[in-house]
Design a binder for this molecule. Structure first.
Ligand code: AMP
Length: 565
Protein backbone atom coordinates (compact mmCIF):
# COMPACT_ATOMS: atom_id res chain seq x y z
CA UNK A 1 0.00 0.00 0.00
CA UNK A 2 1.53 3.30 -1.09
CA UNK A 3 1.49 6.60 0.77
CA UNK A 4 -1.31 7.92 -1.36
CA UNK A 5 -3.62 5.15 -0.27
CA UNK A 6 -2.82 5.56 3.36
CA UNK A 7 -3.83 9.18 3.21
CA UNK A 8 -7.02 8.41 1.33
CA UNK A 9 -8.06 5.73 3.78
CA UNK A 10 -7.47 8.04 6.70
CA UNK A 11 -9.92 10.59 5.37
CA UNK A 12 -12.59 8.26 3.99
CA UNK A 13 -16.07 8.29 5.47
CA UNK A 14 -15.87 4.49 5.53
CA UNK A 15 -12.77 4.53 7.71
CA UNK A 16 -14.56 6.60 10.36
CA UNK A 17 -16.60 3.53 11.29
CA UNK A 18 -20.08 4.55 10.16
CA UNK A 19 -22.86 2.09 9.37
CA UNK A 20 -22.82 1.07 5.66
CA UNK A 21 -26.40 2.32 5.29
CA UNK A 22 -25.29 5.81 6.33
CA UNK A 23 -22.29 5.60 4.01
CA UNK A 24 -24.59 4.85 1.11
CA UNK A 25 -26.78 7.83 2.07
CA UNK A 26 -23.72 10.08 2.00
CA UNK A 27 -22.69 8.78 -1.40
CA UNK A 28 -26.20 9.39 -2.70
CA UNK A 29 -25.98 12.98 -1.42
CA UNK A 30 -22.76 13.48 -3.34
CA UNK A 31 -20.48 13.82 -0.31
CA UNK A 32 -17.02 12.64 -1.32
CA UNK A 33 -15.03 12.93 1.88
CA UNK A 34 -15.52 14.07 5.46
CA UNK A 35 -14.76 17.66 6.40
CA UNK A 36 -12.11 18.38 9.03
CA UNK A 37 -14.57 18.63 11.91
CA UNK A 38 -16.17 15.35 10.83
CA UNK A 39 -12.82 13.57 10.79
CA UNK A 40 -12.20 14.86 14.30
CA UNK A 41 -15.59 14.45 15.92
CA UNK A 42 -17.15 11.33 14.40
CA UNK A 43 -14.74 8.66 15.74
CA UNK A 44 -14.93 9.71 19.43
CA UNK A 45 -18.70 10.11 19.19
CA UNK A 46 -19.00 6.65 17.64
CA UNK A 47 -16.85 5.31 20.44
CA UNK A 48 -19.40 6.67 22.90
CA UNK A 49 -17.46 9.67 24.23
CA UNK A 50 -18.89 13.07 24.92
CA UNK A 51 -17.52 15.72 22.60
CA UNK A 52 -16.93 19.43 22.98
CA UNK A 53 -16.60 20.77 19.46
CA UNK A 54 -15.58 24.18 18.26
CA UNK A 55 -16.99 24.68 14.79
CA UNK A 56 -18.96 27.36 13.00
CA UNK A 57 -21.76 26.96 10.49
CA UNK A 58 -20.45 25.78 7.16
CA UNK A 59 -17.81 23.44 8.55
CA UNK A 60 -20.06 20.40 8.24
CA UNK A 61 -20.72 20.30 11.99
CA UNK A 62 -24.32 19.14 11.63
CA UNK A 63 -23.27 15.89 9.99
CA UNK A 64 -20.45 15.61 12.56
CA UNK A 65 -23.01 15.05 15.33
CA UNK A 66 -26.02 13.82 13.33
CA UNK A 67 -24.23 10.84 11.75
CA UNK A 68 -22.96 9.36 15.05
CA UNK A 69 -26.39 9.96 16.59
CA UNK A 70 -28.08 8.12 13.74
CA UNK A 71 -25.45 5.40 13.87
CA UNK A 72 -26.30 4.86 17.52
CA UNK A 73 -30.07 4.94 17.03
CA UNK A 74 -29.83 2.52 14.12
CA UNK A 75 -32.63 1.24 11.96
CA UNK A 76 -36.11 2.02 13.19
CA UNK A 77 -37.82 -0.94 14.78
CA UNK A 78 -41.58 -0.97 14.27
CA UNK A 79 -43.53 -0.47 17.47
CA UNK A 80 -40.54 1.00 19.23
CA UNK A 81 -41.51 4.32 20.71
CA UNK A 82 -39.63 6.98 22.49
CA UNK A 83 -37.37 9.88 21.58
CA UNK A 84 -33.79 8.66 21.50
CA UNK A 85 -32.03 11.70 20.15
CA UNK A 86 -32.53 15.34 21.21
CA UNK A 87 -30.86 18.26 19.47
CA UNK A 88 -31.28 21.72 21.00
CA UNK A 89 -30.65 24.71 18.76
CA UNK A 90 -31.06 28.47 19.25
CA UNK A 91 -33.37 29.43 16.37
CA UNK A 92 -36.30 28.14 14.39
CA UNK A 93 -34.31 28.43 11.15
CA UNK A 94 -31.61 26.23 12.56
CA UNK A 95 -34.20 23.78 13.92
CA UNK A 96 -35.65 23.34 10.44
CA UNK A 97 -32.26 23.14 8.83
CA UNK A 98 -30.86 20.58 11.27
CA UNK A 99 -34.05 18.51 11.15
CA UNK A 100 -33.80 18.46 7.38
CA UNK A 101 -30.19 17.30 7.57
CA UNK A 102 -31.03 14.53 10.05
CA UNK A 103 -33.92 13.47 7.84
CA UNK A 104 -31.66 13.41 4.79
CA UNK A 105 -28.98 11.31 6.45
CA UNK A 106 -31.40 9.10 8.40
CA UNK A 107 -33.92 8.29 5.70
CA UNK A 108 -32.14 5.01 4.90
CA UNK A 109 -32.64 3.92 8.52
CA UNK A 110 -36.26 5.07 8.48
CA UNK A 111 -35.49 7.34 11.42
CA UNK A 112 -38.28 9.82 12.09
CA UNK A 113 -37.27 13.35 13.01
CA UNK A 114 -39.40 16.28 14.13
CA UNK A 115 -38.45 19.94 14.43
CA UNK A 116 -40.32 21.80 17.18
CA UNK A 117 -40.05 25.53 17.63
CA UNK A 118 -42.10 28.47 18.76
CA UNK A 119 -44.50 30.07 16.36
CA UNK A 120 -45.70 26.74 15.02
CA UNK A 121 -49.09 25.42 16.13
CA UNK A 122 -48.83 23.40 19.34
CA UNK A 123 -51.60 21.03 18.32
CA UNK A 124 -49.73 20.07 15.15
CA UNK A 125 -46.71 19.33 17.32
CA UNK A 126 -48.80 17.33 19.83
CA UNK A 127 -50.10 15.13 17.05
CA UNK A 128 -46.68 14.56 15.52
CA UNK A 129 -45.17 13.73 18.91
CA UNK A 130 -47.98 11.27 19.62
CA UNK A 131 -47.35 9.47 16.36
CA UNK A 132 -43.85 8.79 17.62
CA UNK A 133 -40.51 10.22 16.56
CA UNK A 134 -36.94 9.09 17.10
CA UNK A 135 -35.17 12.43 17.00
CA UNK A 136 -36.44 15.85 18.08
CA UNK A 137 -34.73 19.06 17.03
CA UNK A 138 -36.01 21.85 19.24
CA UNK A 139 -35.52 25.38 20.40
CA UNK A 140 -35.18 25.38 24.21
CA UNK A 141 -38.25 27.54 24.88
CA UNK A 142 -40.65 25.34 22.96
CA UNK A 143 -39.08 22.13 24.24
CA UNK A 144 -39.64 23.32 27.80
CA UNK A 145 -43.19 24.30 26.96
CA UNK A 146 -43.90 20.73 25.81
CA UNK A 147 -42.15 19.26 28.83
CA UNK A 148 -44.42 21.25 31.14
CA UNK A 149 -47.48 20.13 29.23
CA UNK A 150 -46.17 16.60 29.43
CA UNK A 151 -46.36 16.22 25.68
CA UNK A 152 -42.63 15.62 25.39
CA UNK A 153 -41.18 12.53 27.01
CA UNK A 154 -37.42 12.69 27.19
CA UNK A 155 -36.85 9.69 29.45
CA UNK A 156 -35.47 7.53 26.63
CA UNK A 157 -33.01 10.04 25.22
CA UNK A 158 -29.61 8.45 24.71
CA UNK A 159 -27.93 11.19 22.73
CA UNK A 160 -28.16 14.91 23.43
CA UNK A 161 -26.69 17.64 21.24
CA UNK A 162 -26.39 21.29 22.24
CA UNK A 163 -25.82 23.01 18.92
CA UNK A 164 -24.55 26.60 18.69
CA UNK A 165 -24.31 26.67 22.46
CA UNK A 166 -22.85 30.19 22.51
CA UNK A 167 -25.89 31.48 20.62
CA UNK A 168 -28.24 29.69 23.01
CA UNK A 169 -26.54 31.38 25.94
CA UNK A 170 -26.62 34.74 24.17
CA UNK A 171 -30.33 34.33 23.69
CA UNK A 172 -30.82 33.74 27.40
CA UNK A 173 -31.65 30.03 27.26
CA UNK A 174 -29.33 28.98 30.12
CA UNK A 175 -32.18 28.27 32.56
CA UNK A 176 -34.31 26.53 29.98
CA UNK A 177 -31.38 24.28 29.14
CA UNK A 178 -30.96 23.43 32.80
CA UNK A 179 -34.61 22.42 33.10
CA UNK A 180 -34.51 20.34 29.94
CA UNK A 181 -31.32 18.51 30.81
CA UNK A 182 -32.82 17.72 34.24
CA UNK A 183 -35.56 15.76 32.44
CA UNK A 184 -33.02 13.57 30.60
CA UNK A 185 -31.49 10.30 31.77
CA UNK A 186 -28.21 10.82 33.60
CA UNK A 187 -26.59 8.09 31.55
CA UNK A 188 -26.46 9.39 28.02
CA UNK A 189 -24.05 10.70 25.44
CA UNK A 190 -23.74 14.45 24.98
CA UNK A 191 -22.14 16.59 22.32
CA UNK A 192 -21.81 20.35 22.58
CA UNK A 193 -20.95 22.42 19.53
CA UNK A 194 -20.18 26.10 19.59
CA UNK A 195 -18.49 28.57 17.25
CA UNK A 196 -16.57 30.01 20.19
CA UNK A 197 -15.55 28.32 23.40
CA UNK A 198 -15.97 31.31 25.69
CA UNK A 199 -15.71 30.76 29.48
CA UNK A 200 -19.52 30.60 29.74
CA UNK A 201 -19.58 27.82 27.17
CA UNK A 202 -16.86 26.01 29.05
CA UNK A 203 -18.92 26.22 32.23
CA UNK A 204 -21.89 24.78 30.38
CA UNK A 205 -19.71 21.96 29.05
CA UNK A 206 -18.49 21.18 32.57
CA UNK A 207 -22.08 20.89 33.77
CA UNK A 208 -23.43 18.69 31.02
CA UNK A 209 -20.54 16.74 29.53
CA UNK A 210 -18.62 13.86 31.05
CA UNK A 211 -14.91 13.61 30.24
CA UNK A 212 -15.42 15.20 26.86
CA UNK A 213 -13.01 14.89 23.96
CA UNK A 214 -12.32 18.40 22.66
CA UNK A 215 -12.21 18.88 18.91
CA UNK A 216 -11.58 22.01 16.93
CA UNK A 217 -10.53 23.06 13.50
CA UNK A 218 -10.33 26.76 14.20
CA UNK A 219 -6.77 26.86 15.46
CA UNK A 220 -4.91 25.39 12.55
CA UNK A 221 -1.65 27.12 11.94
CA UNK A 222 -0.84 28.37 8.49
CA UNK A 223 1.17 26.03 6.34
CA UNK A 224 4.61 27.40 5.58
CA UNK A 225 5.05 28.43 2.00
CA UNK A 226 5.27 31.36 -0.31
CA UNK A 227 2.54 33.90 -0.20
CA UNK A 228 0.47 33.41 -3.34
CA UNK A 229 0.02 36.29 -5.73
CA UNK A 230 -3.70 36.11 -5.55
CA UNK A 231 -6.34 38.78 -5.39
CA UNK A 232 -8.88 37.49 -2.89
CA UNK A 233 -12.47 38.71 -2.85
CA UNK A 234 -15.69 37.56 -1.21
CA UNK A 235 -19.31 38.26 -2.00
CA UNK A 236 -22.12 37.76 0.50
CA UNK A 237 -25.15 36.43 -1.36
CA UNK A 238 -28.38 34.70 -0.47
CA UNK A 239 -28.41 31.02 -1.32
CA UNK A 240 -31.22 31.41 -3.83
CA UNK A 241 -29.26 34.02 -5.78
CA UNK A 242 -25.89 32.35 -5.81
CA UNK A 243 -25.93 31.02 -9.35
CA UNK A 244 -27.11 34.34 -10.75
CA UNK A 245 -24.50 36.22 -8.72
CA UNK A 246 -21.79 33.86 -9.92
CA UNK A 247 -22.83 34.44 -13.51
CA UNK A 248 -22.56 38.20 -13.09
CA UNK A 249 -19.18 37.91 -11.44
CA UNK A 250 -17.95 35.63 -14.22
CA UNK A 251 -19.14 38.19 -16.77
CA UNK A 252 -17.29 40.98 -15.01
CA UNK A 253 -14.13 39.00 -14.43
CA UNK A 254 -14.03 37.31 -17.83
CA UNK A 255 -11.80 34.42 -16.66
CA UNK A 256 -9.73 32.67 -19.30
CA UNK A 257 -9.72 29.41 -17.40
CA UNK A 258 -11.25 28.78 -14.02
CA UNK A 259 -12.26 26.15 -11.53
CA UNK A 260 -15.48 26.56 -9.60
CA UNK A 261 -15.45 24.51 -6.41
CA UNK A 262 -18.63 23.04 -4.92
CA UNK A 263 -19.05 20.89 -1.85
CA UNK A 264 -20.88 17.91 -3.27
CA UNK A 265 -21.21 15.98 -6.50
CA UNK A 266 -24.84 16.93 -6.64
CA UNK A 267 -24.01 20.62 -6.43
CA UNK A 268 -21.36 20.21 -9.11
CA UNK A 269 -23.89 18.65 -11.47
CA UNK A 270 -26.57 21.21 -10.73
CA UNK A 271 -24.32 24.21 -11.11
CA UNK A 272 -22.81 22.88 -14.32
CA UNK A 273 -26.30 22.53 -15.72
CA UNK A 274 -27.37 25.98 -14.60
CA UNK A 275 -24.27 27.58 -16.09
CA UNK A 276 -24.73 25.62 -19.29
CA UNK A 277 -28.30 26.89 -19.47
CA UNK A 278 -26.98 30.42 -19.21
CA UNK A 279 -24.65 29.84 -22.11
CA UNK A 280 -21.34 29.18 -20.36
CA UNK A 281 -18.98 26.43 -21.46
CA UNK A 282 -18.87 24.62 -18.15
CA UNK A 283 -17.88 21.01 -17.47
CA UNK A 284 -18.39 18.95 -14.34
CA UNK A 285 -15.65 16.91 -12.76
CA UNK A 286 -16.14 14.82 -9.63
CA UNK A 287 -15.39 11.43 -8.12
CA UNK A 288 -18.41 9.87 -9.85
CA UNK A 289 -16.76 10.03 -13.28
CA UNK A 290 -14.82 7.18 -14.83
CA UNK A 291 -11.16 7.76 -15.63
CA UNK A 292 -12.05 7.97 -19.29
CA UNK A 293 -14.73 10.62 -18.73
CA UNK A 294 -12.32 12.55 -16.56
CA UNK A 295 -9.64 12.52 -19.23
CA UNK A 296 -12.09 13.75 -21.82
CA UNK A 297 -13.25 16.63 -19.64
CA UNK A 298 -9.69 17.63 -18.88
CA UNK A 299 -8.69 17.48 -22.53
CA UNK A 300 -11.49 19.85 -23.50
CA UNK A 301 -10.54 22.17 -20.66
CA UNK A 302 -6.85 22.20 -21.59
CA UNK A 303 -7.67 22.83 -25.22
CA UNK A 304 -9.91 25.70 -24.22
CA UNK A 305 -13.14 24.17 -25.55
CA UNK A 306 -14.53 24.62 -22.07
CA UNK A 307 -13.48 27.51 -19.92
CA UNK A 308 -15.07 26.63 -16.61
CA UNK A 309 -14.44 23.46 -14.67
CA UNK A 310 -16.94 22.79 -11.89
CA UNK A 311 -15.33 20.44 -9.36
CA UNK A 312 -15.36 18.92 -5.91
CA UNK A 313 -12.20 19.10 -3.81
CA UNK A 314 -11.54 15.41 -4.25
CA UNK A 315 -11.79 15.54 -8.02
CA UNK A 316 -9.61 18.63 -8.27
CA UNK A 317 -6.90 17.23 -6.03
CA UNK A 318 -5.36 15.01 -8.65
CA UNK A 319 -5.64 17.52 -11.47
CA UNK A 320 -2.53 18.74 -13.10
CA UNK A 321 -3.72 22.07 -14.36
CA UNK A 322 -1.66 25.21 -14.38
CA UNK A 323 -2.47 28.70 -15.43
CA UNK A 324 -5.87 29.05 -13.92
CA UNK A 325 -6.86 32.68 -14.08
CA UNK A 326 -9.54 32.28 -11.42
CA UNK A 327 -10.62 30.01 -8.61
CA UNK A 328 -14.25 30.38 -7.54
CA UNK A 329 -15.56 28.99 -4.27
CA UNK A 330 -19.28 28.50 -4.80
CA UNK A 331 -19.44 27.84 -1.05
CA UNK A 332 -17.00 28.86 1.61
CA UNK A 333 -14.63 25.88 1.99
CA UNK A 334 -15.30 23.91 5.15
CA UNK A 335 -11.89 24.67 6.67
CA UNK A 336 -9.12 27.25 6.23
CA UNK A 337 -6.84 24.48 4.96
CA UNK A 338 -9.27 23.58 2.21
CA UNK A 339 -9.40 27.27 1.24
CA UNK A 340 -5.63 27.54 1.03
CA UNK A 341 -5.44 24.39 -1.10
CA UNK A 342 -8.10 25.60 -3.47
CA UNK A 343 -6.76 29.07 -4.08
CA UNK A 344 -3.23 27.73 -4.43
CA UNK A 345 -4.30 26.59 -7.89
CA UNK A 346 -4.29 30.12 -9.23
CA UNK A 347 -1.55 32.74 -9.20
CA UNK A 348 1.11 30.24 -10.25
CA UNK A 349 4.15 30.75 -12.38
CA UNK A 350 4.42 34.42 -11.62
CA UNK A 351 0.99 35.34 -12.94
CA UNK A 352 -1.60 37.08 -10.89
CA UNK A 353 -4.54 34.94 -9.92
CA UNK A 354 -7.96 35.72 -8.57
CA UNK A 355 -9.78 33.80 -5.84
CA UNK A 356 -13.45 34.58 -5.44
CA UNK A 357 -15.61 33.21 -2.65
CA UNK A 358 -19.39 33.30 -2.42
CA UNK A 359 -20.64 33.20 1.14
CA UNK A 360 -24.04 33.19 2.71
CA UNK A 361 -24.55 35.67 5.53
CA UNK A 362 -24.48 32.87 8.09
CA UNK A 363 -21.08 31.71 6.81
CA UNK A 364 -19.28 34.94 7.58
CA UNK A 365 -17.66 33.49 10.64
CA UNK A 366 -16.11 30.87 8.45
CA UNK A 367 -14.65 33.57 6.23
CA UNK A 368 -13.31 35.25 9.32
CA UNK A 369 -11.61 32.00 10.41
CA UNK A 370 -9.93 31.85 7.03
CA UNK A 371 -8.68 35.41 7.40
CA UNK A 372 -7.25 34.56 10.83
CA UNK A 373 -5.55 31.54 9.36
CA UNK A 374 -4.05 33.17 6.28
CA UNK A 375 -3.48 36.49 8.06
CA UNK A 376 -4.90 38.24 5.03
CA UNK A 377 -8.07 40.26 4.84
CA UNK A 378 -10.61 39.08 2.28
CA UNK A 379 -12.48 42.19 1.18
CA UNK A 380 -16.23 41.77 0.73
CA UNK A 381 -17.50 43.36 -2.47
CA UNK A 382 -20.92 44.05 -3.88
CA UNK A 383 -22.17 41.74 -6.58
CA UNK A 384 -21.92 43.61 -9.87
CA UNK A 385 -25.18 45.36 -10.66
CA UNK A 386 -27.00 45.13 -13.96
CA UNK A 387 -25.69 48.67 -14.49
CA UNK A 388 -22.06 47.54 -13.98
CA UNK A 389 -22.57 44.73 -16.44
CA UNK A 390 -24.10 47.04 -18.99
CA UNK A 391 -21.18 49.44 -18.65
CA UNK A 392 -18.77 46.55 -19.10
CA UNK A 393 -20.69 45.32 -22.12
CA UNK A 394 -20.58 48.76 -23.72
CA UNK A 395 -16.86 48.87 -23.10
CA UNK A 396 -16.48 45.62 -24.99
CA UNK A 397 -18.77 46.74 -27.80
CA UNK A 398 -16.63 49.84 -28.17
CA UNK A 399 -13.48 47.74 -28.35
CA UNK A 400 -15.01 45.50 -30.97
CA UNK A 401 -16.20 48.44 -33.08
CA UNK A 402 -12.81 50.09 -32.88
CA UNK A 403 -11.20 46.91 -34.17
CA UNK A 404 -13.62 46.65 -37.10
CA UNK A 405 -13.15 50.33 -37.92
CA UNK A 406 -9.39 50.01 -37.86
CA UNK A 407 -9.47 46.91 -40.05
CA UNK A 408 -11.76 48.74 -42.55
CA UNK A 409 -13.82 45.60 -43.06
CA UNK A 410 -17.26 47.07 -43.57
CA UNK A 411 -17.22 48.28 -47.20
CA UNK A 412 -20.04 45.96 -48.24
CA UNK A 413 -22.42 47.67 -45.83
CA UNK A 414 -21.73 51.28 -46.85
CA UNK A 415 -24.45 51.34 -49.57
CA UNK A 416 -27.03 50.30 -46.96
CA UNK A 417 -25.95 53.11 -44.66
CA UNK A 418 -26.01 55.58 -47.54
CA UNK A 419 -29.57 54.69 -48.46
CA UNK A 420 -30.69 54.94 -44.81
CA UNK A 421 -28.92 58.28 -44.51
CA UNK A 422 -31.33 59.80 -47.02
CA UNK A 423 -34.05 59.84 -44.38
CA UNK A 424 -32.18 59.36 -41.06
CA UNK A 425 -29.54 61.01 -39.05
CA UNK A 426 -26.21 59.20 -39.43
CA UNK A 427 -25.62 59.05 -35.66
CA UNK A 428 -29.05 57.49 -35.21
CA UNK A 429 -28.22 54.82 -37.75
CA UNK A 430 -25.00 53.94 -35.98
CA UNK A 431 -26.70 53.85 -32.56
CA UNK A 432 -29.51 51.67 -33.92
CA UNK A 433 -26.97 49.23 -35.35
CA UNK A 434 -25.18 49.02 -32.02
CA UNK A 435 -28.44 48.51 -30.16
CA UNK A 436 -29.06 45.47 -32.36
CA UNK A 437 -25.69 44.09 -31.33
CA UNK A 438 -26.45 44.63 -27.69
CA UNK A 439 -29.97 43.23 -27.73
CA UNK A 440 -28.70 39.74 -28.30
CA UNK A 441 -27.36 39.76 -24.75
CA UNK A 442 -30.13 39.34 -22.26
CA UNK A 443 -30.26 41.30 -19.08
CA UNK A 444 -29.75 39.40 -15.92
CA UNK A 445 -32.82 38.08 -14.23
CA UNK A 446 -32.22 38.65 -10.56
CA UNK A 447 -33.64 41.71 -8.95
CA UNK A 448 -32.04 42.19 -5.61
CA UNK A 449 -28.64 40.56 -5.42
CA UNK A 450 -26.80 43.64 -6.46
CA UNK A 451 -26.14 45.24 -3.12
CA UNK A 452 -24.82 43.95 0.14
CA UNK A 453 -26.26 45.89 3.05
CA UNK A 454 -23.54 47.63 5.03
CA UNK A 455 -24.10 45.40 8.05
CA UNK A 456 -23.12 42.40 5.96
CA UNK A 457 -19.94 43.76 4.55
CA UNK A 458 -18.01 43.67 7.78
CA UNK A 459 -17.16 40.54 9.63
CA UNK A 460 -18.48 39.60 13.00
CA UNK A 461 -20.60 37.18 14.95
CA UNK A 462 -24.30 36.65 14.87
CA UNK A 463 -26.25 34.27 12.76
CA UNK A 464 -27.63 35.80 9.63
CA UNK A 465 -30.96 35.20 8.02
CA UNK A 466 -32.01 31.64 7.30
CA UNK A 467 -31.70 29.98 3.97
CA UNK A 468 -33.23 31.95 1.13
CA UNK A 469 -36.37 30.64 -0.46
CA UNK A 470 -36.38 30.26 -4.20
CA UNK A 471 -38.78 32.66 -5.88
CA UNK A 472 -39.33 34.51 -2.65
CA UNK A 473 -38.68 37.92 -4.09
CA UNK A 474 -41.06 38.51 -6.91
CA UNK A 475 -43.65 41.21 -6.75
CA UNK A 476 -47.23 39.97 -6.91
CA UNK A 477 -48.49 40.29 -10.44
CA UNK A 478 -51.46 42.45 -11.27
CA UNK A 479 -53.54 40.93 -14.10
CA UNK A 480 -52.11 37.45 -13.55
CA UNK A 481 -53.14 34.25 -15.20
CA UNK A 482 -51.80 30.75 -14.81
CA UNK A 483 -50.17 28.63 -17.42
CA UNK A 484 -49.80 24.87 -17.17
CA UNK A 485 -46.53 23.07 -17.90
CA UNK A 486 -46.30 19.31 -18.28
CA UNK A 487 -43.23 18.93 -16.10
CA UNK A 488 -43.13 18.50 -12.34
CA UNK A 489 -41.40 17.25 -9.28
CA UNK A 490 -41.00 13.78 -10.71
CA UNK A 491 -38.82 15.27 -13.41
CA UNK A 492 -36.75 17.00 -10.70
CA UNK A 493 -37.68 20.38 -12.11
CA UNK A 494 -36.88 23.40 -9.97
CA UNK A 495 -38.43 26.88 -10.08
CA UNK A 496 -35.19 28.26 -11.50
CA UNK A 497 -35.38 25.85 -14.46
CA UNK A 498 -38.87 27.04 -15.30
CA UNK A 499 -38.04 30.72 -14.90
CA UNK A 500 -34.89 30.27 -16.97
CA UNK A 501 -36.69 28.46 -19.77
CA UNK A 502 -39.57 30.92 -20.00
CA UNK A 503 -37.35 33.99 -19.73
CA UNK A 504 -35.06 32.62 -22.44
CA UNK A 505 -37.61 31.29 -24.88
CA UNK A 506 -40.12 34.10 -24.56
CA UNK A 507 -37.44 36.75 -24.14
CA UNK A 508 -39.14 38.30 -21.15
CA UNK A 509 -37.67 39.37 -17.85
CA UNK A 510 -38.00 36.90 -15.01
CA UNK A 511 -39.53 39.73 -13.06
CA UNK A 512 -42.65 39.16 -15.10
CA UNK A 513 -42.94 35.62 -13.86
CA UNK A 514 -44.91 35.23 -10.65
CA UNK A 515 -45.52 32.35 -8.29
CA UNK A 516 -44.57 28.86 -9.40
CA UNK A 517 -46.33 25.79 -8.03
CA UNK A 518 -44.62 22.52 -8.72
CA UNK A 519 -46.80 19.41 -8.41
CA UNK A 520 -45.67 15.84 -9.06
CA UNK A 521 -46.44 15.76 -12.76
CA UNK A 522 -47.04 19.37 -13.72
CA UNK A 523 -46.34 22.94 -12.71
CA UNK A 524 -48.41 26.09 -12.67
CA UNK A 525 -46.78 29.40 -13.42
CA UNK A 526 -48.32 32.78 -12.82
CA UNK A 527 -47.70 35.26 -15.63
CA UNK A 528 -49.28 38.54 -16.73
CA UNK A 529 -52.38 38.04 -18.87
CA UNK A 530 -50.87 40.18 -21.60
CA UNK A 531 -47.80 37.94 -21.95
CA UNK A 532 -49.43 34.52 -21.57
CA UNK A 533 -50.19 33.91 -25.23
CA UNK A 534 -46.70 34.96 -26.30
CA UNK A 535 -45.11 32.71 -23.72
CA UNK A 536 -47.17 29.71 -24.77
CA UNK A 537 -46.27 30.26 -28.41
CA UNK A 538 -42.59 30.81 -27.68
CA UNK A 539 -42.39 27.73 -25.49
CA UNK A 540 -43.93 25.41 -28.03
CA UNK A 541 -41.45 22.60 -28.58
CA UNK A 542 -39.08 23.89 -25.92
CA UNK A 543 -37.51 21.53 -23.43
CA UNK A 544 -36.78 21.94 -19.74
CA UNK A 545 -34.26 19.69 -17.98
CA UNK A 546 -33.96 17.73 -21.19
CA UNK A 547 -37.67 17.02 -21.45
CA UNK A 548 -39.94 18.36 -24.20
CA UNK A 549 -42.80 20.00 -22.35
CA UNK A 550 -46.41 20.64 -23.14
CA UNK A 551 -47.56 24.16 -22.28
CA UNK A 552 -51.03 25.67 -22.25
CA UNK A 553 -53.42 27.90 -20.32
CA UNK A 554 -54.36 26.30 -17.02
CA UNK A 555 -57.90 24.98 -17.12
CA UNK A 556 -58.36 25.07 -13.36
CA UNK A 557 -58.38 22.17 -10.89
CA UNK A 558 -61.66 20.65 -12.12
CA UNK A 559 -60.51 20.30 -15.66
CA UNK A 560 -57.11 18.91 -14.92
CA UNK A 561 -57.18 15.22 -15.69
CA UNK A 562 -56.65 12.60 -12.99
CA UNK A 563 -53.20 11.81 -14.31
CA UNK A 564 -52.13 15.45 -14.19
CA UNK A 565 -53.24 16.11 -10.61
P1 AMP B 1 -23.04 22.78 8.35
O1 AMP B 1 -21.72 23.32 8.77
O2 AMP B 1 -23.45 21.60 9.15
O3 AMP B 1 -24.09 23.86 8.31
O4 AMP B 1 -22.88 22.21 6.86
C1 AMP B 1 -22.61 23.06 5.79
C2 AMP B 1 -22.93 22.42 4.44
O5 AMP B 1 -21.96 21.46 4.09
C3 AMP B 1 -24.26 21.71 4.36
O6 AMP B 1 -24.88 22.15 3.18
C4 AMP B 1 -23.92 20.24 4.26
O7 AMP B 1 -24.87 19.56 3.47
C5 AMP B 1 -22.56 20.28 3.61
N1 AMP B 1 -21.68 19.17 4.00
C6 AMP B 1 -21.50 18.67 5.25
N2 AMP B 1 -20.57 17.70 5.23
C7 AMP B 1 -20.13 17.58 3.96
C8 AMP B 1 -19.16 16.75 3.32
N3 AMP B 1 -18.44 15.87 3.99
N4 AMP B 1 -18.98 16.91 1.98
C9 AMP B 1 -19.71 17.81 1.31
N5 AMP B 1 -20.62 18.61 1.85
C10 AMP B 1 -20.84 18.53 3.17
Amino acid sequence: MGAWRTIRVMTDFASLGLDPALLSALTALGYEEPTAIQVEAIPPLLAGSDVLGQAATGTGKTAAFALPMLNRIGKRVEGQRGIRGLILVPTRELAMQVAEAVHKYGRVLDVHVLPIFGGQSLSVQFRALRRGVDVVVATPGRALDHLRRESLDLRNVEFLVLDEADEMLDMGFAEDLEAIVAALPKVRQTALFSATIAPRVRTLAKRYLTKPVSVTIANETAAPGKKPRVREVAYVVQRAHKAAALARIIDMEAPTSAIIFCRTRTEVDELTQTLGGRGYQAEAIHGGLSQEQRDRVLKRFREGTSELLVATDVAARGLDIDHLSHVFNFDVPSSPDAYVHRIGRTGRAGREGVAITLAEARERRLLHNIEMHTKRKIPVQNVPTVHDLRARRLERTQEMLTEVLEAQEFGAFRPLVESLAVSHDIFDIAAAAISMLDRSRDDDDVVDISSVPQSQSSFGGGSGPGPGKPRGNFAPLADATKIWLGIGRMDSVRPADIVGAIANEARISSRDIGAIDIADRFSLVEVPQSLAEGIITAMRGASIRGKKVTIRHDRGPKKRTERES
